[in-house]
Structures are given as structure tokens and as C-alpha cells.
Design a protein around this ligand. Sequence first.
Ligand code: ASP
Length: 437
Amino acid sequence: MKKLALHWQILLGMAAGVVFALILTNFSWGAEFVSDWIKPFGNIFINALKLIAVPLILASLIKGISDLKDISKLSKMGTRTIVTYIFTTVIAVSIGLGMVNLIQPGNTITEDTRQDLLTSYEGDASGIQLNAEKQKEAGPLQALEDLVPSNIFAAAGDNANMLQVIFFAIFFAIGLILIPEKTAKPVKDFFDGFNEVILKMIDLIMLAAPYGVFALLAALVVESPSTDLFAALAMYALTVLIGLALMIGVYVLLVWIFTKNTPSFFINGIAPAQLLAFSTSSSAATLPVTMERVEEHMGVHREVTSFVLPIGATINMDGTSLYQAVAAVFIAQAFGMDLSLGAQLGIIATATLASIGSAAVPGAGMVMLVIVLAQAGIPEAGLALIFAVDRPLDMCRTMVNVTGDAAVSLMVAKSVDKMGEPNVKNWDDNYPEEDKK
Ligand code: ASP
């Protein structure tokens, strides 16, 4: 029997998780059972993915960049990557603004619902505001200052410091390029082998993916809050979803135009990473899988994936910026504010920067939304209005974030002539034939 493609297996796992949880919620003990006996497996799966993020970035970036052999190639690739990331983010924010002005979901909220939402989620909203205080107080060069760690082990000890680890790896690789080939070789060989091991670990973790997403979705279903207020927010959620769907279309088109790869090649290649992004709401947790898919299933050379994707996971969040634009204008509409063209243009700039500053973890986009609201003079308490549907929208925007990183890496790879043929490796490729059964 032909084995089901990975994305179908994951989809089945997700659907089974939802159905299972829906059935169990009919029993008084159901929710507790899922939290105690199912959810931990989802957490274990996410932890396993996160576990390999730092070693993967270190090994693959050091290997990838030192293979470039020439620092000018690095700066060429770096400039293209950053410019393309900013380009796609500005498109995303513009789509968001276009949609929210067209559909005007904020005008569908009645005064009663607004009061209901504000009182129900007031506490949650102020928690998020508090979280954003630190970012608000930061000076203009804080982000640059944070880029350089004072201790690599401390930096590597926290997944939130991904950019610092990236900085160290690039710096190390530049040093490696500049020392004599003979001395550099054993170091490169070490990181090469190390990287292979990590990639194999990803293959092994992915064997558990259908079960992992089963547990994650089952836990989400039993924990989801009452759905009464969902309906009131349906137009808002729909606006975000239409925007996100359009953005996926933009990527498919960009990839087609710039790299001549067909939509089905791109979507089939990236689908498992998209589904994981949806299930985990974290581009950081999905990063190892995104890297594996783009490299092995789409044929992008490691020099490009190792550089473009980890940076993308941390700074390129098109889905998040699109959502921030829609949410900001929606809140303004619901409060009866009229935003001038100038204020909307300001949102393009702040949402672009806020998405760069958002961490690649669940809910981070909402924290940075506070800054967009503050800049545009929209009441921050309005966060309470959108809280109820944030998690499902987070899942969808994370999918777009990951797709955007993959699309840009294909485009950059094409422009620096680093596209090859897909070379899919299975977990048991080197396993002796007779033991495979
Ligand atoms: N969850 C998103 C991500 O990890 C960030 C966000 O929009 O909250 O990509």
C-alpha cells in the first residue's frame, strides 16, 4: 500500500484530535482527562521541536555560511533577504488595511456587544498591556543592542534569544572563512556531521507528528472559551482570514513568477510545515521542519535555507503584520474613530516594525499590537474586543508567517543561483535493509 503523504497524515491527526475532544466534552470527566492524559503528549512534541532549534541554527548556519567561502556573497544574500522580507511585509499590511477598510467589520459591532466584550476580557487585555510596557519603554537602538549577546551559553540557553544565536553563528562562520582552509576543515566537517544528525532527528520527530497534532488540537478544543461571543466577532475574523488567504496567493504567485516553480510544487513542499505552524501557533517551534522541507523537498541549497529561514522565523511575520493592521483599524471602527489616511500610513510603518519585533511564539503578535495601537492613538483597552478569537487567528497567521519565510527563501535562492533538485531523505535511509521491517 502506498504510504499516505505526510500532510495528509497530519491533517488526519488534527481532525481526529478535534472529533475526539468534541466527543469527550460530553462527559463530565472529559476535559480533565484530555488535560491530564492527552495534552502532555502535545507539549512533549512541541518541546522536542524546540529542543533542536538552537543546535540546528548553530550547526546549519556555521556550515552554510562558511560554504559561501566569500564574505561578499554573504552580504549580497543578506541584503536581498532583508529587502524581500520588508517588501512582503509591506504587501501584507497593505492587504490587511485594504480588507478592513473594504469590509468595515468594526461597524457591525453593537454598543451592547462592545460593552460585553470589554468587561469580559478587560483583565486579559490589561495583562497583555503590561507585557508590552517593556517594549514601549525601549530606546530606538535597543533592538540592535539586544542582537549582540554577552555570553553565548546564556544566549543559547533561551529559545527567545534566537537572533543572538544567529548573530554568533554568522560571526563564527565569518571567522571560519578567514582562517586557512586546512585549519578550518575539521571544524567545518564537525558542524556538517552535527547538522546531518540534527536533520535526522527532525525526521524522527516528524514520525510522531500526526499524534503530536492530535494531542495539541484535542487540548485546544477542550480549553477553548465559550463560543457565545465568537459570532459577534465573525466579521472581524473573516476579514483577517480573507487577508491571510490572499497573502498565501501572493506567495504562490511570487514563487511562480520569480522561480518558475508551480503552485502545487510549492504548496505540497511546504504543507506539513504549514500544518505544524497551525497546530503549534509558533514559527520558532516549526522552524526545524520548515528548514527540512525547503531544503530537502524543494531543493534550496543549505547556504540559503540556513541563513534565510532562521532569520525569517524571527523577523518576517507577514501574517502577524496583516492581522495587526486589521485589528488596529477594527478596534478604531468599533470605538467609532475615523482614522485619517496619515494614521493608516503610520500603521503600515508600525505594523511592519511590530511584526519584526514579535517573538515567534503563540500570542506574541497581540502583545506587539499594543504598540501599533498606541502609535495610532487607538484605545489600548480595545484589545479586549478581539481577545476571544485571538488563538484561532494566531494559528492561521502563524501558517502565513511560515509560508512567507519559505517563499522568500526560494526567491533568494533563485536570485543567487542556489536552487537544486529536491533530495528527500527518510529517517531510515541508511538503516540496513534487513532491519527495516
Ligand atoms: N504566533 C506567531 C508566530 O509564532 C506570532 C504571532 O503572531 O503571535 O509566528
